[in-house]
Design a protein around this ligand. Structure first.
Ligand SMILES: [Zn+2]
Length: 182
């Protein structure tokens, strides 16, 4: 073992285990096609440069993919173990500089890596879905009168304004009253 392996944490971790970890998290019920989701998948050799990276072929759509296809971990020049450790350190709130020191990397390389991983993780976050009663701030913004100030003033004093006041009062009522059946 080279001396540099001992001073660098990533030298103590093996890629095979990191790929096993990715497979286990990605496909807890067994490998599925990255394109069509079919479970009819066969192994199809390994990556030319990363011997632990399993390739697959889908029997349903004939698509080819591997352990990292379509994930934030694909397309990096760093070995998977470096990315896994980087994610681990990001989870510990280490700064880019600290991560660079731990992994023995250039700080600008590390910054590019953490930014890309963070963007990828954010992209996987599902869109916020609001359910039940949702309260928003009561800000009434006049968008402009579009050259018709008199018409806008008239509407505000009658129908539209009254409608808004009714909605506001209803919102206030919902907020202050408690459901009796709860
Ligand atoms: Zn498929």
């Amino acid at each position: 073992m080279a001396a540099s392996d001992l001073i660098n944490l990533s030298g103590l971790i093996d890629d095979a285990k990191c790929f096993a970890l990715v497979r286990q998290h990605r496909w807890p019920e067994g490998v599925c096609c990255a394109a069509c989701g079919s479970g009819a998948v066969i192994r199809d050799g390994h990556d030319d440069t990363q011997p632990c990276r399993q390739r697959y072929r889908c029997k349903t759509c004939s698509g080819r993919f591997d352990d990292l296809t379509g994930t934030v971990l694909a397309g990096h020049h760093q070995p998977l173990r470096v990315l896994v450790l980087c994610l681990y350190f990001m989870g510990l709130n280490l700064s880019n500089r600290q991560i660079a020191l731990e992994l023995g990397l250039d700080s600008s390389d590390t910054q590019a890596m953490t930014e890309q991983l963070r963007r990828g993780l954010a992209a996987k976050t599902p869109a916020v879905e609001l359910t039940g009663e949702v309260e928003i701030g009561e800000a009434y913004v006049v968008a402009g009168h579009k050259g018709q100030p008199a018409a806008v003033a008239k509407r505000a004093g009658s129908g539209a304004g009254a409608g808004w006041r009714a909605r506001r009062d209803a919102a206030r009522w919902r907020r202050t009253s408690r459901p009796s059946s709860a």
